[in-house]
Design a protein around this ligand. Structure first.
Ligand code: PEP
Ligand code: MG
Length: 832
């Protein structure tokens, strides 16, 4: 891989640029810095010796590219090159590209394995996108041979709509380019079919950036060669899945950005945008999340104040990391990422260095920090881009946190004296995460956006909220009763007593239903006629295990172990796996845990296994098939599972089994692991119950023979449905077919239950259908013993089952087997 050296006068600039590059490429890129001079490289300047050392760390066979910021950086770089042997010098290129844009483009293309010439060319083109956007007139650029060929028409093409809220911006574009780069012989091109721009090479970040692809735009991908079809399909799926970002389908006929419709009052005026949640009703309390004023006080000298600030930053960092952990456990990884973003803000060199230089000018740490934070808040608020503008609330949040750590009194703005509606200009994410839903019945935001971090958190906590309610708030006075529906955005200001009564009854009914579900979460799910359905949790790690217990899980029905293996350059070793598994098992306490062996392949690629591209990865070398072909990988995992499971209630589960021979091979591998551990005298779980996932129709049809040797079954309805109906689970165009309530899937499940029970084995469901209240009723009616789902869904699901009679569910499920399609089954259960 081509190495990169960033030569800059400023260490901070080089470090920040490295961060930007890493955000696009992930770890593993050979990139070194040569920046700053003097002690700790804190002074501005460049140093030829450091450049030479940096070069030597990244210069391998493929060569290295040097990016320099200005003036004497070039001189120092040339001096450094003078010390190299001729052969090495021939493999080093000094690049005239702009420093930051060039580094990002070079990083992405080096990561793709492009040659030194190609990486240099990509870097040099990097300014073009910005120039296009600013309308700088362009000289007609010579079309590189490769792109000229693309323009002549590709053999195959597909189209896809970009769902990402901010379009194909740098991060998703980098993901797309990396995926395209894996198909080296497919010559993939991309064009913006909505605006007519392109085609350009899909391996060039700068060219793709120049297409200005926004949310709702259709892109056309073209490809040549023997792998063209599979390459295009993989890219199409990646785009549909959001290229690493959370996306949802666009509403029909509103394909452009900002598609949310402004909400209306009953009188039809546009007043706000809904964030979700039910009905909120209560007195209005106005609050303001702002940076508190800091009294001017003399400092204890620049050095002492600088240290004080550093200590406060460290405290804030620790607190934020803890908040991240809490949010991860209760709200999930995606929502917790908000706090990760704030951690980055906390380390923002612009912010910290401004504060430090104000301290040098004589200010005390609190005043210096407040001013630096206030400048950045003002900067964000002045930006055109709505998404970036919303980061102002994050900055206020980070600013307040550090001020508190510096001993400034930061009033908790959102402590309501009694339950009511919180009215704010904007809400900082940490406040959104810490609001008590018992006191804060709803939130009205004057500004804010539907994509802000606070919005994401409010949704996750189920607090009804409206944003961009400026017009509405003008008519609202503190203490006035206000009601609104967080979903429809209907608003009632000072409703008359009769209406208030009606609204209050509606709110109470909604809230009571939710509260009752939560309260009874720890009670078992027993139907009216006394049938107990075991409800368990699907988890992915230690934090989920803790929340599973709190939400009423009776056990862990599925621990996906993929997280141990994904997103890393090498597979985890045995000790590492044992340590992580033990932590999860400890967090699960006394609950039984079903651990699934590695389910990689399909849409979960493991870079270090160098898996060959497959035309249909979901029908490919996935899960157990992969483990059986990688005996070392499998043995390591099995040994780790047995060791971590010693003395605990742990059950092993095999994904993607198609017949008995595979179960036997897996059992033999497990016995090998046991024998070796026995010989080494290491304590471990034995015998280890070994279950089979039923997620391939073949396994469902052969359930009788599998049930003889498997200790239990767990049906993966997500895969079973996609394979039974030949409907790719990631293809939103086939949504109607991807319903586990399709009678074809139900018939398979019914026969699996019959076979398992005939051999006195239990059957669980661990696909998404288990947590869907309607589907769960059908599945219980078919006789499944256990349902395993994401922890948040447990309370409502248990409540629904308690309202049912098992006898009724059995009768309805029997009828469902004979219906025409999934919609008919849902209609049958809706009538119940
Ligand atoms: C399933 O297929 O239903 C299942 C639970 O496994 P996964 O979603 O991890 O493929
Ligand atoms: Mg599966």
């Amino acid at each position: 891989m081509v190495g990169i050296v960033l030569v800059s006068h400023s260490r901070a600039l080089a470090q920040a640029t490295r961060e930007l590059v890493a955000a696009m490429t992930g770890p593993g890129l050979p990139l070194a810095l040569a920046a700053g001079t003097g002690e700790n490289r804190a002074e501005l300047g460049t140093d030829a010796t450091e450049i030479l050392e940096a070069l030597q760390t990244v210069l391998k066979e493929d060569g290295a590219l040097l990016l320099m910021d200005m003036g004497s950086a070039l001189l120092s770089a040339e001096t450094a090159l003078g010390f190299l042997e001729d052969a090495d010098r021939a493999r080093v290129r000094l690049c005239a590209a702009p420093f930051v844009e060039g580094a990002v483009a070079a990083g992405v293309s080096a990561n793709l394995g492009l040659s030194l010439d190609e990486v240099a060319r990509e870097a040099e083109k990097a300014l073009k996108q910005k120039e296009n956007q600013l309308g700088v007139p362009q000289a007609p650029a010579p079309v590189p041979a490769a792109e000229a060929a693309f323009a002549n028409g590709a053999e195959k093409s597909v189209e896809a709509v970009i769902l990402n809220p901010h379009g194909l911006h740098a991060r998703p574009a980098a993901k797309l380019i990396q995926a395209a780069g894996r198909f080296k012989d497919a010559d993939i091109t991309i064009s913006n079919a909505t605006t007519g721009r392109g085609p350009v090479s899909a391996r060039s970040l700068s060219s793709v950036g120049g297409l200005e692809i926004l949310q709702g735009h259709t892109v056309r991908l073209g490809a040549h060669g023997p792998h063209a079809g599979e390459a295009l399909e993989e890219l199409r799926q990646l785009i549909a899945a959001g290229l690493g970002e959370e996306v949802s389908p666009l509403p029909a006929a509103v394909p452009q950005k900002k598609q949310e419709k402004a909400a209306s009052t009953p009188r039809g005026e546009a007043v706000a945008q809904p964030l979700g949640g039910g009905l909120a009703l209560g007195p209005a309390f106005f609050a303001d999340a702002a940076l508190p004023e800091v009294a001017a006080a003399p400092g204890a000298g620049a050095d002492a104040e600088a240290k004080r600030l550093e200590a406060a930053l460290a405290t804030a960092r620790k607190d934020l990391t803890a908040e991240y952990g809490k949010a991860h456990a209760s709200l999930g990884a995606e929502r917790a990422a908000i706090f990760e973003a704030q951690l980055l803000l906390l380390d923002d060199p612009a912010l910290v260095e401004t504060a430090q230089s104000l301290i040098k000018e004589g200010q005390a740490a609190p005043a210096a920090w407040r001013e630096s934070a206030a400048r950045l808040v003002a900067h964000y608020r002045a930006l055109e881009d709505e998404y970036l503008r919303q980061r102002a609330a994050d900055m206020v949040d980070v600013g307040r946190r550090v001020l508190a750590a510096l001993g400034v009194s930061v009033p908790p703005v959102f402590d309501l004296p009694e339950p009511g509606i919180l009215v704010v200009d904007d809400l900082a994410p940490s406040d959104a995460a810490s609001l008590s839903p018992r006191r804060v019945l709803g939130v009205l935001c004057r500004d804010g956006g539907t994509t802000s971090h606070s919005a994401v958190l409010l949704r996750g906590r189920g607090i009804p909220a409206l944003v961009q309610a400026r017009g509405l708030l003008e008519a609202l006075r503190a203490g006035t009763t206000v009601a609104f529906d967080g979903t429809s955005a209907e608003v009632w200001i000072d409703p008359d007593p009769a209406l208030r009564q009606k609204l209050e009854a509606r709110r109470q009914a909604e809230a009571a239903a939710r509260a009752a579900e939560e309260k009874a979460a720890l009670e078992p799910a027993v139907t009216k006629d006394g049938h107990h359905v075991e409800v368990l949790a699907n988890i992915g790690g230690e934090k989920d295990a803790a929340s599973a217990r709190a939400k009423g899980a009776e056990g862990v029905g599925l621990l996906r172990t993929e997280f141990l293996f994904l997103d890393r350059p090498t597979p985890p070793n045995e000790e590492e796996q044992v340590a992580l598994l033990e932590k999860i098992f400890d967090a699960a306490g006394k609950m039984p845990v079903v651990v699934r062996t590695l389910d990689a392949g399909g849409d979960k690629n493991l870079p270090y296994l160098h898996m060959a591209p497959e035309a249909n990865p979901f029908l490919g070398v996935r899960a157990l098939r992969l483990c059986l072909r990688e005996p070392e990988l499998f043995q390591t995992q099995l040994r780790a599972l047995l060791r971590a499971g010693a003395g605990r209630d742990i059950h092993l589960l095999l994904p993607m089994v198609s017949d008995l021979s595979e179960l036997r091979l897996a059992r033999a591998a497990l016995e090998t692991a046991h024998a070796a551990l026995e010989k080494e005298g290491r304590p471990h779980l034995w015998p280890a119950p070994l279950g089979v996932m039923i997620e391939i129709p073949a396994a469902a049809l052969l359930a009788d023979s599998l049930a003889r040797e498997a200790d239990f079954f767990s049906i993966g309805t997500n895969d079973l449905t996609q394979y039974a109906l030949a409907a790719d689970r990631g293809n939103s165009a086939l949504a109607a077919l991807q319903d586990a309530l399709h009678p074809a899937v139900l018939q398979l499940i019914a026969s699996v239950v019959r076979a398992a029970h005939a051999h006195k084995k239990k059957v669980a469901i661990c696909g998404e259908a288990a947590g869907d209240p309607a589907a769960a009723q059908v599945l219980v009616g078919l006789g499944v013993d256990e349902l395993s789902m994401s922890p948040a869904r447990i309370p409502a699901l248990k409540a629904r089952l308690r309202e049912c009679a098992y006898g009724d569910l059995q009768a309805l499920a029997a009828k469902a087997l004979a219906l025409e399609n999934a919609a008919a089954v849902r209609a049958l259960f809706a009538k119940k």
